[in-house]
Ligand binder design. Structure first.
Ligand SMILES: O=C1C[C@@](O)(C(=O)O)C[C@@H](O)[C@@H]1O
Length: 917
């Protein structure tokens, strides 16, 4: 017997779904939605009753009836009554049943009269702009749990601070909850449901997490679902809201089911200023109409399906957008109506202060250093905050004050900002200057520490008098020239003001510049900087356990502690990037990281102590990285107990990189065990697969998680999805050194990929190819041209690195099936994936004219060439970081090699028709 009843109500005109304004509402009919929902619900021990009416009174009556029936929760698309009906609002409040309000479209992007809802402030969750996918999301238990937590804060959620200690008994109960109910939908008044639910002895916690799984990618443990139709992959749906792919919901965890679900969950960019554009400063077309009244928050709402936003105004503190100033005002004698909070602005006073500081350092900085004008400095710092900072936010923007920032750090920020603004020469100049200052500070620090540890020498001689060049413990910059002597100690007068965290932040930014930057001159510094940074972290004990901040910490202390944890966590992540790019062992091991996971971005962005306190009320207690990481490996049954405890986007990001590190070491160990690399042992693979699954549950629990790059809370959780895909691929096959990224040469990388041995067709390989196809389908769905022309994907290094791995795997898979032994037919999974890839390439082809010698013909080689060409095209935009351009070039070159190999007219090509029959 189903453990609870759900009522689905659809309001006026929704009976016309399928034919009604399909560009807005899609072409799926109401009957299709209802039947898919019914199946989906029944698989998860739920019973759903569907009701549609065009009459307000009937809807009110149906809601009243729900109370008699013991309905546990209502999912309602009130349609036009959303904007008018006090009666429906009162009915929902009257029966006290919790409800999720849902809209296919995003009313906030439409006519003004649709912006107001009579229900939203009482709903447990509001889902809009996700097309029909929103209905399934509403049904998903994780989502319910998530919104329960969001709407009601930790008091009704899971407050056990230590995941390890969670058990069924300890699982907190929602206020007003009826014992033995299996899922709580808190009532509309926020007090919890009093609807009696049927037989279940599970805790709400367990039930809330054992429902249908929405995965961020294909579920590696599930068999590929043969019953799902691959000919409707969902990539060819109309713009606007999306259609349900014709998949069978009877297999919710199947690869294709999840895949299609994922794809359909992507919010399409609306109009010409889609969410993608919001992500990059250099191409950020101003979202504001010149005279319009749209505010920034509304703009952000356009980008995203809105899911239960927290009511904190962080916009005033949000990252700068480059063209804001220029887009909204004409010259006027009127004073500005509202003073803007722009901490990145370098005033004349700030500039003079900075210049003064730099002048005291002339003996150690490159002589050709020239401090640009304050406007240019403002531009660089603003660009830093609107670009890099959104991806890796370790500085506290709301309280940032240029003059309080150590000079080497502000110069490092300017270096990254100049790089992002394509001012390469200035970027290198800032890099060198900041590097020289940071190293000098480190040398002096080292000398101090040495004197403390070995105080036997004559103390009357000051440290610096003894520290000649032979005493240098920290290496000098490798670009150092005779005109850069060691210079006087920087901290001579304030020896105790050495701040290891800001030095670490400086080195982190410089390392990012050197790793991804555009200058050969500083490229070689990357690994050297890594070593310096690791030594600093160990020497200054930044990796050791600390007393964690208590609940009562004030804002200033919290900022300091949180900044520390973010800095250390992001450095840890960066080292794993190096592992991904260079295939070198990570210098900080998972087991050494002793931070608490960072908190929500909304707390980090809060501008005032009051706002911060508000956000803290909604936040979960902090969790230690170590505890979270080990619990990722909990078995399914144990994991259920802790799933509702989501973590922040940045926390999830750190965890997924830790899993990539874990996979790296598993592969390394496997290399020693077997004469041929068989990859990790099956039980190790199973453990990691479980961990990746658990990670996805956490991702869903994160109230700030987002499928797109334009989220108001930043692109971190979106970037983490690329890392998830990379983790799955790396778990399945070894792509490592074949990418030859350390050569930094597109042609060589292409040649190396091409040279790499062919892979044997196998289930494992097909699975890896599925993840790769999944990755490609996202930009194809958005449109190859639109993605190529803006930098949302390219900005994210994670996505471009992942692109390379995906192109590698998918092309190798296509080659493998072309070369499989004659007479061996394709398996069912392979056939379906091949159909899928063909559909996708055809879709991409229709929108983009490829500069290719060969037409897309129905042969495997042509398909393979096209797949690589699409990836190359996607990464061919104007990228900030050289490494992204390099990957684009490498893929272009790889496509050309394949064309040369197969492009000749007399080459025997395997036709798709033949392989599929
Ligand atoms: O009828 C509808 C449908 C709708 O609720 C939606 O699902 O997007 C949005 C409403 O504004 C509109 O009146």
């Amino acid at each position: 017997m189903p453990s609870h009843n759900i009522l689905l109500i659809n309001g006026p005109n929704l009976n016309l779904l399928g034919t009604r304004e399909p560009h807005i509402y899609g072409s799926t009919t109401l009957r299709q939605v209802e039947s898919a929902m019914t199946t989906r619900a029944s698989q998860n021990d739920m019973f759903i009753t569907c009701f549609q009416s065009n009459s307000e009174g009937d809807i009110v009556n149906r809601i009243h009836q729900a109370r008699e029936e013991g309905v546990a929760g209502i999912i309602i698309n009130p349609a036009a009554y959303t904007h008018t009906s006090v009666a429906i609002r009162d009915a929902l409040l009257g029966v006290g049943i919790g409800f999720v309000e849902i809209h296919l479209s995003n009313p906030h992007t439409r006519e003004k009269f649709r912006h107001r809802s009579y229900l939203s402030d009482k709903a447990n969750a509001v889902i809009c702009g996700m097309g029909v996918y929103g209905y399934f999301a509403a049904l998903d238990c994780d989502l319910l749990a998530r919104h329960t937590r969001l709407s009601h804060g930790p008091s009704v959620s899971h407050q056990v601070p230590d995941l390890a200690s969670q058990s069924h008994e300890e699982a907190p109960r929602h206020a007003g909850r009826v014992p033995n109910s299996s899922v709580d939908l808190p009532s509309a008044d926020g007090q919890g449901s009093n609807a009696a639910l049927h037989d279940s002895s599970n805790s709400s916690l367990e039930a809330a997490t054992s429902g249908p799984e929405l995965t961020l990618g294909p579920d590696p443990t599930a068999p590929i679902n043969p019953s799902a139709s691959a000919s409707h992959p969902g990539v060819s749906s109309a713009e606007g809201t999306t259609d349900i792919p014709q998949i069978s919901w009877a297999q919710p965890s199947s690869n294709f089911g999840d895949f299609a679900l994922f794809i359909d969950s992507m919010n399409m960019p609306c109009g010409s200023n889609g969410g993608l554009f919001a992500d990059h400063p250099a191409l950020a077309l101003s979202p504001h109409p010149l005279f319009g009244d749209i505010n920034e928050q509304q703009w952000h709402n356009h980008q995203q399906p809105s899911i239960a936003p927290l009511n904190i105004d962080t916009e005033s503190t949000s990252t700068p957008r480059l063209f804001d100033e220029f887009s909204s005002t004409f010259p006027s004698f009127e004073p500005p109506s509202k003073a803007k909070h722009e901490p990145w602005r370098v005033t004349q006073q700030d500039w003079e202060h900075l210049l003064g500081e730099i002048q005291t350092l002339t003996s150690i900085i490159p002589p050709d250093f020239l401090l640009p004008s304050r406007h240019t400095m403002t531009r660089y710092i603003a660009t830093y905050f609107s670009g890099f900072h959104r991806h890796l936010p370790f500085l506290h923007l709301p309280t940032f004050v240029p003059t309080k920032c150590p000079v080497e750090l502000i110069l490092a920020m300017a270096a990254v900002g100049a790089q992002s603004a394509f001012d390469n020469d200035n970027a290198v100049m800032f890099f060198r200057t900041s590097y020289a200052i940071a190293l000098e500070r480190l040398r002096n620090r080292k000398a101090q520490l040495r004197d403390r540890r070995f105080p036997t020498e004559d103390p009357s001689i000051p440290t610096t008098a003894r520290s000649g060049s032979q005493d240098r413990m920290w290496p000098g910059p490798t670009f150092s020239t005779p005109h850069m002597p060691s210079g006087p100690p920087l901290n001579q007068n304030e020896p105790d003001r050495f701040n290891p965290v800001s030095i670490a932040q400086t080195l982190l930014l410089l390392m990012a510049m050197a790793t991804w930057g555009n200058s050969k001159a500083i490229y070689n510094e990357a690994i050297g900087l890594q070593n310096i940074l690791v030594e600093l972290m160990r020497e200054e004990k930044l990796l050791e356990p600390r007393d964690h901040r208590s609940e009562h910490t004030n804002w200033a202390e919290w900022i300091r502690e949180e900044g520390f944890e973010r800095t250390v966590g992001i450095i840890f992540c960066f080292f794993i990037f190096h592992t991904i790019v260079y295939d070198t062992p990570p210098p900080i091991l998972n087991s050494e990281l002793n931070i608490n996971l960072p908190s929500l971005e909304i707390s980090w962005a809060a501008r005032t102590e009051k706002d911060w306190q508000e956000t803290r009320k909604k936040a979960e207690p902090e969790v230690a990285f170590q505890s979270c990481f080990s619990h990722l490996f909990a078995k399914e049954s144990e994991a259920n107990n802790m799933r509702p405890k989501g973590c922040s986007s940045l926390g999830g990001y750190i965890l997924i990189l830790a899993l990539i590190q874990h996979i790296y070491f598993l592969r390394e160990m496997a290399k020693r065990k077997a004469p041929f690399d068989q990859g990790p042992a099956p039980n190790d693979i199973a453990d990691v697969e479980q961990a990746l699954k658990n990670w996805q549950h956490r991702w869903y629990m994160d109230p700030e998680s987002s499928f797109g790059p334009g989220s108001p809370q930043g692109p971190i959780s979106f970037n983490a999805t690329a890392l998830l895909r990379m983790a799955y691929i790396r778990l399945t096959i070894d792509v490592g050194h074949w990418r030859a990224l350390n050569t930094h040469d597109g042609e060589e990388i292409a040649a190396s990929i091409h040279r790499s041995p062919e892979l044997e067709p196998s289930h494992k390989l097909t699975r890896a190819a599925l993840y790769s196809a999944h990755a490609l389908s996202i930009p194809v769905k958005i449109g190859v041209n639109i993605v190529a022309r803006n930098q949302a994907f390219a900005w994210s290094l994670q996505h471009s690195l992942c692109a390379l791995e995906c192109a590698f795997v998918l092309s190798k898979w296509l080659i493998a099936i072309q070369h499989r032994s004659p007479g061996v037919p394709l398996g069912e999974d392979e056939t379906r994936l091949l159909t899928y890839v063909t559909d996708m390439v055809t879709e991409a082809d229709s929108g983009y004219h490829f500069d290719s010698q060969s037409e897309l013909t129905a042969t495997l080689p042509d398909l393979c060439i096209r797949v690589v060409q699409i990836w190359a095209k996607l990464l061919s935009g104007v990228a900030v970081w050289d490494v992204v351009r390099m990957i684009g070039k490498a893929l272009g070159a790889y496509g050309r090699i394949l064309e040369q190999q197969w492009g000749k007219p007399d080459t025997a090509k395997t036709s798709l028709q033949n392989v599929m029959n």
